[in-house]
Design a protein around this ligand. Structure first.
Ligand SMILES: Nc1nc2c(ncn2[C@@H]2O[C@H](COP(=O)(O)OP(=O)(O)OP(=O)(O)O)[C@@H](O)[C@H]2O)c(=O)[nH]1
Length: 450
């Protein structure tokens, strides 16, 4: 049995581990001196030559993955880099945030927004990788690298396992490394979730993704160093080392990391992973997400009124969510703001938010506003929007939406899925809800359009 297992994992490149298995078989009487020597020699060899290197970019929500991806695409604009972008959130935003260079064309960017590549759409990941490689061969445009940006809630282990689960993928691609972005300000809070704080206890069987992302990292980019002091950074490093003592760490802001620290590093080491997780190569890894973490999004035609949007978001992020036991991890959006020729990109990580104009709208491009929220316990009880005499408020939490004298566009959504919106003309509030039994917690009085 040890010999067979040694043969299998030799084929997968875990030569050190294979040597150990052969040694066990030898102890049981098998004559395997040659195989042990071969496995030990291969351990020293560089692996995977000729295969396209793949980098998995992972890290908790808002840690700086897309910022780093854009940096890579900019610095390597002369290289053909394919991107697989997996986003958590019922409305996809990241496609608008990626700044692809001339060689990273649409055919080389695959977006997967309908599930998490570490579980529900893992099959799609394999299919996507194969398609990219086959296209590059067919069109004689060889790829220089593939970057997979996982969702902030992904467990990187099943993603890495993909490179050992499919023969074609294994022949053509090799996993260069798992690069984990860490938000210096929030990491410790996420690591502690489900361990120290009893009220945050995770349901049984649910993993702490932040821990997994650090544990499986070949490199850690300790980002957002501008938000904390030296002592806090030392504490964060200490916590990282408790989970992954040998990982290399580079401190950064705005994901400004040396490219040779993260790319072409030949750092993924199956031996190390097998030491940590003996079941890593098994087909069905037990992996469960926390169902309490959900997303809620808007995707609405039309322009928004920036000041009202800011007021509403500030109110939502600072005053309401914490009080109601809701943990909002991440908010991001691309908005069509009235009077602005650029797309307005809004980002928030927990309560810290910022926004700035980005690229201009193309001539003829439809003006659409997209906004997505990701957090825990976002579901709300039944309620309705009331139409009071001089102010339009939510009947449940009393958030002021607008006065009835304002001409507004009201967006409304339940925290689960559905999104409704309706225009309320001055002095006349149109029906907002299709189903009044469902409470809507997020709604925005935004537009000054007539
Ligand atoms: N203060 C500060 N903000 C940063 C830094 N790096 C990135 N950001 C901001 O943090 C926000 C999140 O960055 P992203 O790169 O989108 O993070 P992400 O990991 O891709 O986020 P998700 O895709 O939602 O998981 C953006 O507003 C960035 O501009 C940094 O070093 N310091």
């Amino acid at each position: 049995m040890y010999e067979v297992r040694g043969d299998i994992i030799t084929g997968l490149g875990a030569n050190k581990r294979a040597a150990t298995d052969y040694q066990c078989a030898q102890k049981l009487g098998a004559e395997l001196k040659d195989k042990v020597a071969q496995a030990e020699a291969k351990t020293k060899e560089k692996k995977a030559s000729g295969k396209v290197p793949v980098t998995v970019l992972t890290g908790f929500l808002g840690s700086g993955k897309t910022t780093l991806l854009n940096r890579i695409l900019k610095e390597f604009h002369g290289k053909r880099i394919a991107v697989i972008e997996n986003e958590f959130g019922e409305v996809g935003i990241d496609d608008s945030l990626i700044e692809a260079g001339p060689l990273t064309t649409e055919e080389n960017i695959i977006e997967m927004n309908n599930g998490c590549i570490c579980c529900t759409v893992r099959g799609d990941l394999i299919a996507g990788l194969k398609k990219m490689v086959k296209n590059s061969i067919k069109n004689n445009k060889p790829l220089d690298g593939v970057i997979i940006e996982t969702t902030g809630l992904a467990d990187p282990a099943p993603v890495a396992q993909t490179f050992f689960a499919d023969d074609y993928v294994q022949q053509k691609l090799h996993l260069d490394g798992i690069v984990t972005l860490v938000d210096a300000k929030h990491l410790i809070m996420h690591l502690d979730e489900g361990y120290l704080l009893w009220w945050q206890e995770k349901p049984e069987g649910v993993e702490n993704e932040a821990v997994e992302q650090v544990a499986f990292a070949d490199r850690i980019v300790l980002n957002k160093c501008d938000l904390v002091d030296e002592a806090h950074l030392d504490e964060v490093e200490k916590r990282i080392r408790m989970i992954n003592d040998s990982v290399k760490i580079q401190r950064t802001t705005q994901s400004k990391v040396d490219m040779d620290f993260i790319l072409g590093i030949e750092a993924f080491n199956l031996d190390k992973i097998l030491e940590m997780d003996d079941a890593f190569l098994e087909d069905e890894q037990d992996h469960q997400h926390d169902d309490r973490v959900t997303s809620c999004g808007f995707h609405v035609k039309g322009e928004v009124h920036q000041q009202r949007l800011n007021e509403w978001l500030a109110w939502l992020l600072k005053e309401q969510l914490g009080l109601r036991g809701v943990d909002l991890f991440r908010t991001k959006g691309v908005l069509a703001v009235q009077g602005m020729k650029e797309k307005f990109v809004f980002q928030a990580v927990h309560m810290a938010f910022n926004g700035a104009p980005q690229k201009e709208w193309e001539p003829g491009e439809e003006r659409i506003s997209k906004l997505t929220f990701i957090g825990k316990n976002l579901n709300r009880q039944a309620g309705h929007v009331s139409n009071e005499v001089d102010a339009i408020r939510c009947g449940y939490c009393k958030i002021p939406l607008a006065t009835s004298q304002q001409d507004v566009l009201v967006f409304a959504t339940r925290w689960d899925r559905s999104v409704w919106f309706s225009r309320a003309l001055a002095g006349r509030m149109g029906p907002v809800w299709e189903d009044r039994s469902q409470h809507c917690v997020a709604f925005v009085a935004l537009s000054a359009q007539a």
